[in-house]
Design a protein around this ligand. Sequence first.
Ligand SMILES: Cc1ncc(COP(=O)(O)O)c(C=O)c1O
Length: 391
Amino acid sequence: MQYNFDEIIDRRNTDSLKYDFAKEREKPEEILPLWVADMDFKTPACVIDALVDKSQHGIFGYSETKRDYFEVLQHWFSSRFHWKIQPEWLVKTPGVVYAISTAIRALTAKGDAVLVQQPVYYPFSRSVLVNQRKLAVNQLIYSQGKYRIDFEDLEEKVIKNHVKLFILCSPHNPVGRVWTREELIRLGDICLKHGVIVISDEIHADFTYQGYRHLVFADVKPEFSKIAVTCTAPSKTFNLAGLQISNIFIASGDIRSKFRQEIARSGYSQMNTMGIAACRAAYAKGGEWLAQLKEYLAGNLNFLSGFLQEKLPSIRLVEPEGTYLAWLDCSGLGLDSQKLEDLIVNRAQLWLDSGTMFGAGGEGFQRVNIACPRIILQQALIQLEDAVKSL
Ligand SMILES: Cc1ncc(COP(=O)(O)O)c(C=O)c1O
């Protein structure tokens, strides 16, 4: 079956956070949204069929999963990442951010330091601060259009702040890095040495571009599995964010038991019935759809890159190795944050994610979600080009 990712599906008036809340978020009503990380593509037919079956059954009582659900996950992670998960490691949560926030409470005390690598997905720092923990920042180094880890600073920050927990974003949103084995070993070794637990948010793991391979942090060295909380979900991969299902894997019995206790404290128990059905169907039968989607996204990335080079040379694409989020270096426009925001929102009528939201190192950048029909991406770029010309 050939999937048609060029199809434009009207998402307005569907309770879509991306499309229906411009006014509430103080944006112009006709703005073109390429911000929040969900896709403008329909989930694969196998998932829709599973959800229709559930709907037609008509009873949405409490649900649990059995061995078959685990086996589907097991097959997915072993065939794609050579990662062998064990049934007892699995803890299901209603989302990865929920899991991160829960892990922060479970594994640290108020006032403890939690480390993140900015610029990074902003709910990381929000979860740290809202739980009254201290935020420690290891800023990524941006040089010659590429990001790398400042390992000396990482270790220094860990020691200085007595960091208890590190939230790793792998692949990294927004800078698009797919961390190499060497990088993961180096940062994991620092964490091992100083007794730091690692939450590895691998929600974007299925999106790597040609030439890059995602490695599960917990699996890079046997010792890492003892300090890792690996966060996975089918939500980015299959566009299921609204179904709120994620699968967290924790090999350490001690860490897992603390994590489970914190979930119990929050009053949460069974998963969303529809989420379970969708997750199982997606991982069991969605492989071919994903392969075609990845080709389409690579085409979008290529289109974006070509357009910028040809028509907007003052904006530089930080070439992503993974994720469907593109990080644009707009510093060449010579605008301060406010003027850049005005250019994007008011002149270009585009709703992107402003770099400043991602913390240190985000100034002068914008994040664009390229998981949309190419014609929408083209429209967005034409609007951006016109806006830049009008400066
Ligand atoms: C790195 C990262 N983690 C987590 C999430 C959100 O996960 P969830 O919707 O499961 O809370 C996103 C969504 O953009 C993300 O980019």
